[in-house]
Design a protein around this ligand. Structure first.
Ligand code: GLA
Length: 404
């Protein structure tokens, strides 16, 4: 019932072979960047909150070579049309839609005074799109890693994440926070990333116990974040903060929110209650994890889900069903906790569980989901993986030559 993750070397081979067969050239650069899940801390990265994502074992891989022109000629495994992007001029939003992530990243380099040579590239991905796993951030961060090498520039993880986020804002028109791009660039094997979204600082939180794993269950229901629900939630939180009279959510307590309640629209009140509660839950979850208190960690995960469902209203019946089923399986069956992950309105859940019971839990989730909705979710397991990086071209095992 668990879908295996395509190993990185296989993705690299596919990208290189396809580049050769489509363009008749050999790759001189291969860049990879992972997607992410978030263990807890949802919809608060744009509220100065704390978030706890990690990079997953699924990634975007780009094989490329300079072509001596002023055009990026890009072919992909997910769109037979491909795209041609002029690299010598100002970037504009265009089609196909996915090409805008690349246009935005090229724009970011150009804005820093770095000119981009033409190149041929082939892109492959093991990240399902629209699954709330940040396939777009992975594409942006892989492209930025490729362009660093192509132009001899080293941005570093933080600046690369910020450049990628701006590409998403300006070229995909999604006013996202920083979590996805940070997770994709800062990811590290066996580590969760605690990001303080007010200071922009991050701390790695070990997640090295091989007895635990995380199941990612893709509902296969998706509503694009650019549809407006995300931007609306973000605006709600701005209105909520204004009503409290504070300048940062980090200075707002639940008592402040309760005190502002009477003068507030009740929807804004509930959104605000989520933000303040979720910041506390994330801090509590990190403390619980550090002392190995799994019952408490699980409780906070379910509470987070309930708040996203009832107060923030970004869940959906499919996500709720997966979380409820995981809760029914319970600790006896190997489940520690579960919740929706990412922007919501469809997408995926995360289920923290015992590694040895992962198969059985996935089977139970699939069975129950299929009985309810008539189609199966896709479930895979992932432990925290490394972030965006270049890969060597010669070794069959794919050595990491530079951690960015
Ligand atoms: C999307 C955004 C992130 C974050 C999450 C919700 O993934 O891109 O910045 O806001 O939703 O936590």
């Amino acid at each position: 019932m668990l879908t295996p993750n395509t190993p990185l070397p296989a993705l690299v081979s596919e990208a290189k072979d396809e580049l050769q067969s489509r363009f008749g050239v050999s790759a001189s650069i291969v860049a990879a960047a992972p997607g992410r899940v978030n263990l807890i801390g949802e919809h608060i990265d744009y509220c100065d909150g704390f978030v706890l994502p990690f990079a997953i074992e699924r990634a975007v891989v780009i094989a490329a070579v300079p072509n001596g022109t002023n055009e990026a000629r890009i072919a992909t495994a997910f769109d037979s049309e491909g795209a041609v992007i002029p690299t010598g001029t100002t970037q504009e939003i265009s089609t196909p839609k996915w090409s805008n992530y690349l246009r935005g990243v090229i724009h970011g380099f150009q804005q820093r005074g770095i000119s981009i040579p033409g190149f041929d590239a082939f892109i492959v991905s093991s990240l399902p799109g629209g699954a709330g796993l940040s396939s777009s951030a992975a594409l942006e961060c892989a492209a930025a890693t490729l362009l660093e090498e192509l132009t001899g520039t080293e941005l570093g993880s933080r600046e690369k994440a910020l450049l990628a986020q701006k590409a998403e804002h300006d070229f995909a028109e999604v006013p996202c926070g920083i979590m996805d791009q940070f997770a994709s660039t800062f990811g590290k094997e066996d580590q969760l990333i605690l990001i303080d979204c007010r200071s922009g600082e991050s701390e790695m939180v070990p997640f090295a116990d091989p007895a635990l794993t995380i199941l990612v269950s893709n509902t296969k229901v998706s509503h694009e974040l650019s549809d407006g629900g995300y931007a609306e939630r973000r605006k709600n939180t701005e209105d909520g903060l204004a009503a409290t009279g504070k300048s940062s959510w980090r200075d707002v307590t639940m008592t402040d929110v309760e005190a502002a309640r009477t003068g507030m629209d009740q929807t804004i009140f509930r959104r605000s209650r989520h933000v303040v509660g979720e910041i506390d839950r994330t801090i509590g979850a990190v403390e619980a994890l550090k002392r190995g208190d799994f019952p408490e960690l699980g409780r906070l995960m379910y509470e987070s889900h309930n708040s996203l469902r009832d107060d923030f209203e970004v869940s959906c019946p499919e996500l709720d069903h997966l979380v409820a089923t995981a809760a029914e399986i319970g600790r006896q069956g190997g489940v520690i906790g579960a919740r929706m992950t990412g922007g919501g309105f469809g997408g995926s859940t995360v289920t923290l569980c015992d590694a040895e019971k992962a198969e059985a839990i996935a089977a139970a989730l699939v069975k129950s989901y299929e009985a309810e909705f008539g189609f199966a979710p896709e479930i895979f397991a992932s432990r925290p993986a490394d972030g965006a990086r270049l890969l060597t071209l010669s070794s069959p095992q794919v050595d990491i030559v530079r951690m960015l």
